[in-house]
Design a binder for this molecule. Structure first.
Ligand code: PGA
Length: 253
């Protein structure tokens, strides 16, 4: 019922020529033939999005930005609005990535407003949640993730018609080379699915829950074998065409 989704978060990496090279390599690969079985979403740096889109436009990939502001318009130097993302035909936008939360002070309240603003222009939010190592060691993983999800869902009407993606990204696994084990990830994904069911059975059944945190073409298969892992949000691995293609091919099978 749920179509898998693999997303590449390029973060603030590369330059114009490497972005063009990577987008071209993905477009000229097996990936365009996979999109009937797996949604593929690229999150390049916002400044390169137009150029990347001009390359991948025919490949049936989706794309998005890594962050937006929640206000519609105004004197917010350096920010981009959800409507601007929509103008560039972004299908998805990341919200609440742990780097936004920890490095830029993004609060749970900010994530609520960003999710609401994106939904109002029909851009699908990819809500990122996850515990720190201290929270995991203290046995607070499920409680922390539940809190991050409930605070957003409680603010939204009509869960049956909610179109959102959730990315579980343990903070200690992001960019560290240390991946959650399949059991650790599945425990949290199952718990997220249960939380969603509390809002709506349909929401629980249809919502893609991605895993993120040092995913690569080696560990993707064993993680994807878990029943509640519907795809991946890859960071470092999405910067290497062969790795990203390898992850997508794993998910397709
Ligand atoms: P990583 O990043 O794959 O490099 O760990 C994932 C993310 O931050 O989305």
């Amino acid at each position: 019922m749920r179509k898998p989704l693999v997303a590449g978060n390029w973060k603030m990496n590369g330059n114009l020529s490497s972005a063009v090279e990577l987008a071209s390599a993905l477009k000229d690969s097996s990936l365009p033939s996979l999109v009937s079985t797996c949604d593929i979403v690229l999150f390049p740096p916002a400044l390169y999005l137009t150029m990347v889109v001009s390359i991948i436009n025919d490949a049936n990939f989706s794309w998005g930005v890594q962050n937006v502001h929640f206000e519609k318009v105004g004197a917010y130097t350096g920010e981009n609005s959800p409507a601007m993302a929509k103008d560039l035909l972004c299908a998805y936008t990341l919200v609440g990535h742990s780097e936004r939360r920890t490095l830029f002070g993004e609060t749970d309240n900010d994530t609520i407003q960003k999710v609401q603003a994106l939904l109002s222009v029909n851009v699908i939010p990819v809500l990122c949640v996850g515990e720190t190592l201290e929270e995991r060691d203290a046995g607070q993983t499920l409680a922390r993730v539940e809190q991050q999800i409930r605070i957003v869902l409680d603010a939204l009407p009509d869960p049956d018609n909610l179109n959102i993606v959730i990315a579980y990204e343990p903070v200690w696994a992001i960019g560290t080379g240390r991946t959650a084990t399949p059991d650790q990830a599945e425990e949290v994904h199952t718990s997220i699915r249960d939380i969603l069911r509390g809002y709506s059975q349909l929401l629980s059944d249809k919502t893609r829950i991605l895993y993120g945190g040092s995913v690569n073409m080696q560990n993707a298969a064993i993680l994807f074998a878990q029943p509640n892992i519907d795809g991946f949000l890859a960071g470092g691995a999405s910067l290497k065409a062969a790795e990203f293609i390898g992850i997508c091919e794993t998910v397709r099978q």
